[in-house]
Every structure is written in C-alpha cells, then in structure tokens.
Design a protein around this ligand. Structure first.
Ligand code: ADP
Ligand code: MG
Length: 705
C-alpha cells in the first residue's frame, strides 16, 4: 500500500474526490492507471480552439467542418433487417443539422438530448436536410452537467471506446484542485537557467491552457522533468557501477589476441580497430567495463567480440557470449570456431582456447559434462542462449561476457548476469543502430563504441517495394534466376500460422503454396521460432549447406543467420514490420560478394505506411532508418518500453526534444557527481521523485549499488 500521506499523488484514483469508482475502474481498464499521478500525467493529445470552429451559418455544404452544437433530438430507424439508422439532430445558433450512423446505435447513449459536443465531418445535403454521416465527435458537456466548457481551448485526451475524452477531461479536472500543487523537484537554479515555469503551473496549464501559446512553455517544463528524472536515475546507476564493483584487469595485449589479429582472413576496418582499442583501455582498469558495441548488420561485431573473449582467456579468465535465440547461438558457435581454427581451437596442439556450445537442445548428458568443465575451468569460452547462461552455469573465473542483444534490450538481464561472475567486463552488442539521442536515454549508463563503417567490397542490397501484385511473378522469376546461378533465397512472413483475423501470408501456408504451385522444381524449406529445435536445426543446416534453395521463415532469420550464398529475399506483408527490423532482415542477403536483392511486398493504406516503405527503399543507412522509425512510430513501440524506462516518457519525444535530452543529461550527471546519494536536503524532493518513478524493481540497482 503506497504511503499516501507522504505522497498524495499515490492516492488510488477510486478514492480521489470527483472521480467515481465507476470512472476509476473504466480508466484503469482502458489505460492501466491506478493512481492520481497516473491520471495527472495523461496529457491531452491535442487541443481544439474556438477559432478552429465554424458555425453552421458559415459552413459550406460539401466541406469538412467542425461545429459545436447541442443535441436536440434522437431518432432510430430500421428500414430493413440488418440496417439500423441512428439520426441525431443537433443545433447551434445558426441552425440545425442531422448526424447519422449506420448500425452503431450506441452513439445515442453517448449523446443524450441536451449534450453539447464538437462534431467533425463532411456536411452534405441529403433528402433536403443538412447531414453529417459518421462524424467524429467530442462531448463537451453532458446533458446533466451544467458547468460545461467555457474555455477558449478544449483539450482532447487520448480516449478509448470505454472512456471518452470528455470523461477523462472531467476526471483530470477534478484532480487539479486537490492534487495540482505537485512538488517541484527540479533544483531552483536549473529551473531558472532554463527559464522554465513551476511544475504545478505547467501541469495546470497543459490540462487547462488559457491559450495555445501557453501550452508550449508548459510542455517544455514537463518534458524536461521526464528526461531529467530518467537521467538522474541513469547517473546514479552509473555511479553505483563505478564505485562499488571490483573487477579484474585484463591483458588486451597478449599471445592469443595477437595470433587472432594475424590469422584473421581480413584487415580490420578502422571502426573495428577503434572499438578494440576502446575496449582495451576499459578492461585494463580494475573496474568492470560496461560498454555497448553498436554496428549495423555485417559491420563485423563478431571479430571485436572474439578479441575481447580472447583477452580474457589470455589473462587467465573465461569468457561467455550470450545470444537471444538458439539459431543465433549456433551461428555464433560456427563463426567463432572458424575464426579460432587457425589458433588451434579445442585445447589442441598450440594450446588454443577451448570453445563450447550450450543451448536447450544440447543433450542432458553433454550439458552435465560441459557444466562440470566450465566450473572446472577446462572450457575457456562458452557460447549459449541468454536463458541458459543466466541460469545455473557456474564459471570458475568469468572475466568477460558478451551479450548479443540484437534489438532486444534487457536491463534486468544485464543486472542478473553481472552477479554471476566475479564482476566480469560486459560488452553488449546490438545490431539495431541506436540514434544518439536514444542511446543516451536507453543506454545512458554505458559507454558506447560504434562500428559506423562496413568492411570493403560489400555490394549494397537493392530494395524494391512491390505494392502491385503483378510484380509478384517478376519477383519469383528473379528467385528462379538466382537459384539457377547457384544462389539461395529467403521468403519471410509476418506470421507462422494462418490467421482469420488479419489477412497476412503465414509462413506455413506460404511454404505449402511455394512448394506446390510456384517452385515445384526447387527445394523449399520452412523454419519458424517455436518449431522443434531438432527440426529447425536440421533445416538451417541444410540451408547453410546449400541443400535448400528457398527458405520460408518467420523473423527467426532476422538475427544472425549468416549464409553468404543467399542473394535474394522476399518479405510478405512488409508494412507489418518496423523499419529497423526490415533493415535487419535484408541484411541477411548480399553478405557475400554477389549483390543482394530485397523485394518488400506491401500495399500500405496509410500515409505513414507509405512513408516507411519509401524510407526503407531509399536508404541503406541503419541510423537514418532507426531515426525514422523513432520519429514515425514513437519510442515506446520501437523498443521494449517497459524495461528501458522509456514508458516514463509521456510527453518527451527523443528526436524532436533532443536538445532537452542533452540539457537534462548534462544537468543530471553534474548533480549526481556533486551529490551521489542525493543526500543534500535540497535534493530531498528529487530523491523521492526518482524513487517513486524508478522504484518498482527498475531501481533495484539503486539499492544494490
Ligand atoms: P555483424 O556485425 O553483423 O555481426 P559479422 O561479424 O557477422 O557482422 O561480420 C559479417 C561478415 O563480414 C563476416 O563474414 C565477417 O567474416 C566479415 N568481416 C568482418 N570484418 C571484416 C573486415 N574488416 N573485412 C572484411 N570482412 C570482414
Ligand atoms: Mg552478428
């Protein structure tokens, strides 16, 4: 039970004056909000000003208009079975019109006689009456609510079918008096330096602005607050890591790393060398490294990771690399083994490092044996899945861990992992290029190395968007040509099974169809995420060996599959994927020297969808696409918001508000530098705010140090 005496904002909504238990319940089921704080941070989506409104006397028939009116009468008609017509007559000073709905009788209960509302829609003459069919509306004043809406600016709240914007507006309004005097947790001098209004004032203004000009100042303040608290949390966490942990210095310069560099079949790119030298500096210190290695698909992260693992081994420690999926763990194992071969992998003649693979499909007997060998220190480098390695494997002396997260960010996992070993150095790899603004928020507690350069000699993937089904034949023709030339193809589907809800091509059905009708002469394979591991492995092996021509799959191929001979990829229902995901997917082709082709089947119906498809066809720059994703889809949908702290960002948009990200970060890190425990009484409110926001488990590191 939250201590509501100490924190009035923790008052349950149902107990807040002016919010009925029914409304509280509806709000909780719609948005998951439980407390006054939650609802006060439910900010308007946009505002309507009286100036935007037309009155009927000046409205033109045929035009889109927005009109305020009061419901005068309701009529329900049923001209034939299966057709219910609802007609609501609405009037304003200038006259009256009729709103009509077909088979949506519930609008009558939302719009009883006497209700005042804003209606938007196209005004038409029909059967001698001015009519608006299926208007969008916003109730301003319900029939029995005499107060109504008097302001110049009408806030519109994100609403659902269960709870309207009008009800939300009233519920928020009821909270503003008793709870609106929220504490100002930002130190006065920062507030003044940025010329920001008081928090309580900003909160009131964003919900009840006197005019639109006032909104932007208020928004700045609240945006800054969100980012500032997040950054203070990150700064504290970084502090805790730096201060409390004792790590083991590793030798970046030694026999194994030297032999690796000599035996690599290529010269490292400048970016790879830079990353290795940054890591080298980190691991030489007696403090564990926490570094993010980000680089586009194919930028050569594996060699950098292996370099770190060998630095651990040559310093008398073990290394581990964790992958998010089994397919990817297998792939890492294969790649690492190949790179280690010249070094005598297997503990052989030249004392090369011993590598082991541990996944769910490792047989029980082998697993037992490997566990014992890992614990005994006979195995030097373990490759496994996250799940497997974060449970139940005890190392003798774990010195370095590489976490291949691809695009799954897992803060919790990172923490748990660090507890395992003896404070190992941690390198997190991600193939989703993270725009700088996001890296600062999402990974603000880490140092970052970026591989911003692809190895030479890559031919870029050419991407086409096929909106028209007639291009399908042509695409299949290209697949046939590539296969005839000795290459291989992917067909990626959004779903595994046929679904009756949405019309998407499922991997299973598509594999059937391609086998039967389209490529009866080719060898078509199928993989999806949760198929039996043995079967999946067998198919992937066959594909790697060139015994499968066309691999139909769900997004399991998205990460890590490295078949240089694959040159063409078809993606079904491409508009269902995020841009970063599509970029990852197409990175699977063109990995060899032959040019890659990617055909995206998509016929997006929205402007946003078309913009996204145009972006992916236009550029192969992963950073640009990640930014675009962030801009178009918002931060919460692009990354796992719950784990990252991004769900606390209600107003802040990382791309548009980058300036505020930077300012908040500078301020927060300086403040924590001065007062690492937030012990100064002047920071008491800030400390409480950070705990209140990050206190639900995400702040375990705060206490843990
Ligand atoms: P990713 O960053 O996607 O994990 P990989 O490490 O799998 O990339 O590397 C992709 C491919 O590029 C591999 O086949 C690898 O051998 C090759 N490669 C890596 N670094 C270089 C380099 N400096 N020059 C040429 N090829 C390289
Ligand atoms: Mg890789």
């Amino acid at each position: 039970m939250p201590d509501t005496k100490a924190d009035p904002l923790a008052t349950p909504l149902a107990r807040a004056p002016g919010v009925s238990p029914t409304v509280a319940k509806a709000i909780e089921s719609a948005f998951g909000y439980r407390t006054v704080r939650d609802l006060l941070e439910h900010y308007p989506r946009r505002y309507l000003t009286r100036g935007d409104l037309t009155d009927l006397a000046h409205a033109k028939a045929g035009a889109e208009v927005t009109l305020v009116g009061t419901v005068k009468g309701i009529a329900k008609k049923m001209p034939r079975r299966n057709l219910k017509i609802l007609e609501i007559r609405v009037g304003d000073r200038g006259g009256a019109w009729v709103c009509t709905w077909f088979n949506q009788p519930w609008h009558a209960t939302r719009l009883p006689v006497g209700t005042m509302a804003v209606f938007s829609g196209r005004l038409m003459w029909k059967a001698g009456r001015l009519t608006m069919a299926n208007p969008v509306y916003e109730v301003l004043r319900e029939g029995d609510d005499p107060e109504g809406f008097a302001n110049e600016v009408i806030p519109l709240y994100p609403a659902t079918k269960e709870i309207s914007s009008g009800r939300l507006r009233r519920a928020v309004g009821a909270l503003l008096e008793p709870f609106g005097q929220v504490p100002d947790f930002v130190p006065e001098e920062l507030r003044r330096a940025h010329r920001l209004p008081a928090r309580a004032h900003a909160l009131r203004t964003i919900h009840r602005p006197p005019d639109l000009a006032a909104v932007s100042k208020a928004r700045d303040r609240l945006v800054y607050d969100e980012l500032f608290v997040l950054q203070v949390g990150l700064a504290l966490r970084r502090r805790a890591q730096a201060g409390a942990e004792q790590g083991h210095p590793l030798q970046g310069d030694g026999d194994l790393t030297k032999r690796l560099m000599e035996s690599l079949p290529f010269r490292p790119t400048r970016a790879q060398s830079r990353a290795m030298s940054e890591i080298s500096t980190d691991i030489a210190r007696p403090r564990p490294m926490h570094r993010l290695l980000q680089g586009d698909v194919g930028s050569g992260k594996t060699a950098v990771a292996l370099w770190l693992l060998l630095a651990a081994v040559q310093s008398g420690f073990q290394g581990a690399i964790m992958a998010p999926t089994e397919v990817l763990a297998d792939q890492h194992f294969i790649n690492l083994r190949a790179l280690l071969e010249p070094l005598g992998e297997g503990g052989g003649l030249f004392g090369g490092p011993r590598l082991a693979l541990l996944t769910a499909s490792t047989s029980a007997a082998t697993r037992e044996r490997l566990r014992a060998e890992v614990a005994g220190g006979e195995v030097d480098i373990v490759v496994g899945t996250h799940a497997l390695l974060s449970e139940g494997v005890g190392f003798r002396r774990l010195g370095a861990v590489v976490v291949d997260e691809q695009h799954r960010f897992g803060v919790h996992q990172r923490v748990r992992l660090r507890e395992k070993g003896d404070q190992p150095h941690v390198l997190i790899m991600t193939a989703t290029p993270i725009p700088r603004t996001l890296a600062l928020t999402l990974y603000g507690d880490l140092d970052v190395s970026t591989l911003d350069e692809l190895p030479p000699g890559r031919s870029p993937v050419v991407t086409h968007v096929a909106a028209d089904e007639s291009l399908r034949e042509r695409a299949y023709q290209r697949v046939r040509e590539e296969v005839a030339a000795g290459h291989q193809a992917y067909v990626v589907c959004a779903l595994k099974d046929e679904s009756d809800k949405i019309e998407v091509r499922s991997a299973k059905a598509e594999a059937e169809r391609l086998r039967g009708e389209v490529f009866p002469d080719l060898r078509v394979g199928l993989v999806y995420g949760d198929m039996p591991a043995k079967q999946k492995e067998a198919t992937m092996d066959a594909f790697r060996a060139g015994d499968v021509d066309v691999l139909v799959s769900t997004t399991v191929v998205e990460v890590g599959v490295d078949v240089a001979n694959a040159t063409v990829m078809l993606v079904e229902d491409a508009d269902r994927f995020g841009l970063s995901q599509l970029h990852q997917l197409r990175g699977r082709v063109g990995r060899g020297s032959a040019p890659g082709l990617c055909v995206l089947f998509a016929d997006p119906q929205t402007g946003e969808g078309r913009a996204r498809m145009a972006a992916i066809a236009r550029t192969t720059d992963g950073f640009e696409l990640a930014n675009e994703d962030l801009r178009i889809r918002g931060e919460g949908t692009v990354f796992d918001a719950r784990q990252s702290g991004l769900s606390d960002l209600k107003l802040a948009r990382l791309v548009e508000d980058f300036d505020w990200v930077r300012k908040a970060r500078t301020d927060a890190f300086a403040l924590v530098e001065e007062d690492p425990e937030l012990a100064d009484p002047a920071h008491g409110r800030l400390q409480r705010e950070v705990m209140a926001r990050l206190g639900d488990g995400r702040a375990e590191w705060l206490a843990r140090g």
